[in-house]
Structures are given as structure tokens and as C-alpha cells.
Write a protein that binds this ligand. Structure first.
Ligand SMILES: Cc1cc2nc3c(=O)[nH]c(=O)nc-3n(C[C@H](O)[C@H](O)[C@H](O)COP(=O)(O)OP(=O)(O)OC[C@H]3O[C@@H](n4cnc5c(N)ncnc54)[C@H](O)[C@@H]3O)c2cc1C
Length: 449
């Protein structure tokens, strides 16, 4: 008897990757995407796998947990990471992509896969008993939110009642490259990484930095709308004004850190540095790195237009603020990201609280494999905890914290090595080596007939 078809709700990073991996293992997939009929507040196009904000998939090196995660995904034949590498634009030590080219590659590969049928249709409930992956992202419509609420509230959870949480994310502004005055800036990547000039740096002296702090603290901000509830930010993606509020030096030790950015001509390290990074392949659009914000649009023009060289900047997109929703995964999902209980229902992507593009794709890859194995009647396989993939799962299984919050993948989520290797870089290289060895065995088991 042929295996059942798998239904995937959401054609974002997680959903596309889940569909791809399940199809690779021989499962026929129905992939549902509600755009163009209905579009959430963060999406701008009708493309599958749209990157809703930055074009960066963060660090590329293996000593970086997210760099390792990308390498592991690539070895699993990941649709998302392969397309990202093929559409890469220069970004120092990071993997950043031309977002149009990236989405084009993902979409054409999904369309060309005979096992995946794409349905441009909004799924309104979860009553259908078919095996289903929920990869609806952090901003699904009300009907889907209610459906998720209904289904998770039926799960028996020890201790606290299951609950749906939310917080706010903020997107940073993008400006036209030909509208800046580069004569007051200099090109350099921190610590000379990448091609060395992937970033355009705006040096700030003490007074200019103080002016920026003043503006961020005093100019008007968007108030949260009633439907957005209380304001809870993800610590790894704080609005720039929130960082300014937290202390005079928080920005100087954060996104405006001048370390490794000594001026190439004067040799002086500025008091603080604002960085611009290419947003597309030809560099015609630049991202104001780390300036995710909830300042009002006029306030953003005023504050950021006072930065040296940005006096006449043409803003292609200003920062915006979004609600972001996720479930209480540690209490609701098992280690295969399957809802506890009898329903063949998996969750993948940001809705689980796995924060970040690569983490969303990682959830999708794992869920695609787990669901396919179940539908093929194969024994369950645990993802090795030593891997970065295992680290993503570890966070989603962390019941220690009562207040589950989204998180990016970090080294703190993998089992530590014996303390013999003292030097951080060497220790991380050893962690990566251990992870890739474990992954090789995992892949052999996944691909065994
Ligand atoms: C505003 C914002 C900015 C972010 N910026 C970054 C960033 O810069 N870097 C980073 O690494 N991460 C960022 N994130 C976090 C996260 O990585 C992204 O949200 C990522 O897109 C999550 O992938 P996903 O596949 O889970 O969801 P999505 O990419 O949102 O995909 C979900 C898809 O499901 C579709 N869908 C939803 N409901 C239904 C339904 N009922 N029926 C059919 N289709 C449906 C949606 O249209 C969408 O295409 C950001 C998140 C937000 C909200």
C-alpha cells in the first residue's frame, strides 16, 4: 500500500524545507500557501520562502553555531541552504543572499519536484485528520491561530496549562546606496573578514553618538496596537531604541561596536560605528545593520538622517514592528517536534519558537524526515544532540524554563566537550567536527533502505 500523503501548511522557509525532505524520502506532499489570496503583515511578495526582513542567514564559519547548522543542512540536501549558497552576496563572514534570486530558486525547485503539489490556498482549520506539518510562521491569520489554540489546548500538559505566547520583532531600515555620501565613511569588514570591504562604516565621535542616543530616547515611537498585547521583545533582536534606553554604552557594545574597525587611513578606532551592508547582489540597496526599530517613520527619517553621510538618504524601507506568535513547544511537542498525543501533527519553523531563518529551515528539514519515516512505517530516529540540529531541538525541549522564549541556535545548547581544549576557537572547531561525525551516521540511517 502506498504511504499516505503529507500535508504541509505554509510555504515559508520551514514548510518548503519540510516538503522537500519528505519528498526526497519518497512521500507525496501537498504544500499549502495562502498568498497571493491572503498576505500576512510581514510578507511583501507572493513568493515561496520569502525572507521577511534581513537578507542575512548569519555567520558562515563552522566555529559559529549557525554556520554549523547551515553546513549540516547542506549535507542533508537542504533546499533552503543550497539555494542560499547559490544566491549569496558578499557579506563578510556571513551568508547573505539576493532575496529575489533566492526565492526564485526555491520556488522553481519546488515546482519542478514531481512529488510536491503546491496549492495556493489558505488552510482555515486543523480538523482534517491527514498527517500534517504546521509551518504557518509567526503571523498566521486569525482562523489558523484559533485552530492551533484549539488543538494545543487539548494536549494534556503537566503543570502549567498550555498557552500561546507572543512578543515583538522589529525590522531594520533599507536605503538606496546611491543616496549616501560615502566620502565620510570607509569600507571594511570587522577584523578584515570576508572580502574586507563588505561593510560600509559610518564612524561616530562622542558627540555624534550622544546625539543618536538622545534621538533614539526622545523621538516618538509606535505604540503597540490592542491586538498586540503586552510588549515582550526577543533579547537577540531588540529595537535599537530599547538598547539605547538600557544604558549609554549598550549600543557601543552591541551593533555599533567599533572593535576591529580601525579607520584604514587615520588608524583611529572611532567611538562607535554604524554599519551598512549590501541588501542585494549589486549593492544598490543597503541595510542599516542592527537598526530594527519601532520609532515612527518621521522619527526614523529624522534620527537616521542625522547620521554622517545619510543626510540625503533615500529610504527604500523604514523599520517596522510586528507581532510574532509561538507555541509552548517544550510542553506541547516531543523530540521529533510532533504534537504530544495521537494526532499525526508536526510543527516547524518560527511557530515553534525556533528563532531565525536557518533555524526555521532546520525545523522543516527535521520534521520532513520524521514525518516521512512515520508514514513509511520506519522506526523513529532521534537527531544527534551533538549536532546543531540537535541544539535546535534541545531548545524546543527545554522544560527547565517556565517562561519559554524563542531563541537562535547557540553552542550552549549542545553537550559540552571535556574541558581539555581551552582555546575557544579550537573548542568550537572540535564541537563542529564532533557534530559532523554524528551527522554522517544520522544521514546513513536516514538514507538506509
Ligand atoms: C517581521 C519579522 C522579521 C524577522 N526578521 C528576521 C531576520 O531578519 N532574520 C532571521 O533570521 N529571522 C527573522 N525573523 C524570524 C523568522 O526567521 C522568520 O519569521 C521566518 O520567516 C520563519 O520561517 P517560517 O517558515 O516559520 O515562517 P514564514 O516564513 O512566515 O512562512 C510561513 C508561511 O505560511 C503561510 N501561511 C500562514 N498561514 C497559512 C495558512 N493558514 N494557510 C496557508 N498558508 C499559510 C504564510 O503566508 C507564509 O508564507 C523575523 C520574523 C518576523 C516576523
Amino acid at each position: 500500500m502506498p504511504a499516505q500523503r503529507l500535508r504541509v501548511i505554509g510555504g515559508g522557509l520551514a514548510g518548503c524545507e519540510a516538503a522537500w525532505q519528505a519528498a526526497r524520502l519518497g512521500i507525496d506532499v501537498d504544500l499549502y500557501e495562502m498568498r497571493p489570496h491572503r498576505r500576512g503583515p510581514a510578507h511583501l511578495s507572493d513568493r515561496l520562502a520569502e525572507l521577511v526582513c534581513s537578507n542575512s542567514m548569519r555567520g558562515a564559519a563552522l566555529e559559529n553555531a549557525v554556520g554549523l547548522l547551515k553546513e549540516e543542512l547542506a549535507r542533508l540536501g537542504s533546499l533552503i541552504v543550497t539555494a542560499a549558497r547559490e544566491s549569496a552576496v558578499p557579506a563578510g563572514g556571513a551568508l547573505a543572499v539576493d532575496r529575489e534570486r533566492f526565492a526564485e530558486l526555491v520556488e522553481s525547485r519546488i515546482a519542478g519536484n514531481p512529488r510536491i503539489a503546491v496549492h495556493r490556498e489558505e488552510v482555515l482549520d486543523l480538523d482534517d485528520p491527514r498527517p500534517t506539518v504546521v509551518a504557518c510562521g509567526p503571523l498566521p491569520g486569525d482562523a489558523m491561530l484559533e485552530a492551533i489554540d484549539r488543538i494545543v489546548s487539548q494536549v494534556r500538559v503537566e503543570g502549567d496549562a498550555p498557552r500561546r505566547l507572543h512578543y515583538f520583532d522589529a525590522a531594520s531600515p533599507i536605503l538606496a546606496a546611491d543616496s549616501i555620501d560615502e566620502t565620510v565613511m570607509y569600507r571594511k569588514s570587522r577584523y578584515e573578514k570576508g572580502d574586507g570591504d563588505d561593510y560600509i562604516n559610518i564612524p561616530l565621535d562622542r558627540d555624534q553618538y550622544a546625539q543618536l542616543l538622545h534621538d533614539l530616547r526622545t523621538l516618538p515611537r509606535h505604540e503597540a496596537k490592542a491586538f498586540e498585547g503586552d510588549t515582550r521583545f526577543f533579547e537577540g533582536c531588540l529595537p535599537v531604541e530599547e538598547m539605547a534606553d538600557r544604558g549609554d554604552d549598550v549600543l557601543r557594545f552591541g551593533p555599533l561596536k567599533p572593535v576591529g574597525l580601525r579607520h584604514p587611513v587615520t588608524g583611529v578606532t572611532p567611538h562607535a560605528v554604524v554599519q551598512l551592508r549590501k541588501e542585494n547582489r549589486d549593492g544598490s540597496a543597503l541595510n542599516l545593520v542592527g537598526f530594527q526599530t519601532r520609532l515612527t517613520w518621521p522619527a526614523q527619517r529624522e534620527a537616521f538622517g542625522r547620521l554622517p553621510g545619510l543626510e540625503h538618504a533615500e529610504w527604500l524601507r523604514l523599520g517596522v514592528m510586528h507581532r510574532n506568535t509561538f507555541i509552548d513547544s517544550p510542553r506541547l511537542l516531543d523530540e521529533r517536534l510532533r504534537l504530544r498525543g495521537d494526532r499525526p501533527l508536526w510543527f516547524a519553523g518560527q511557530i515553534t519558537g525556533a528563532e531565525g531563518y536557518v533555524e526555521a529551515a532546520a525545523c522543516g528539514a527535521m520534521v520532513g524526515i520524521h514525518a516521512a519515516r512515520e508514514l513509511l512505517g520506519r522506526s523513529p530516529l532521534a537527531v544527534p544532540p551533538e549536532c546543531a540540529l540537535g541544539a535546535v531541538v534541545a531548545h524546543l525541549q527545554n522544560t527547565v524554563s517556565h517562561d519559554f522564549q524563542p531563541a537562535n541556535v547557540t553552542w550552549s545548547m549542545v553537550p559540552p566537550l571535556p574541558k581539555t581544549i581551552r582555546e575557544k576557537k579550537l573548542r568550537r572547531a572540535a564541537l563542529a567536527e564532533r557534530a559532523l561525525a554524528a551527522l554522517t551516521l544520522f544521514i546513513e540511517r536516514v538514507e538506509a533502505p
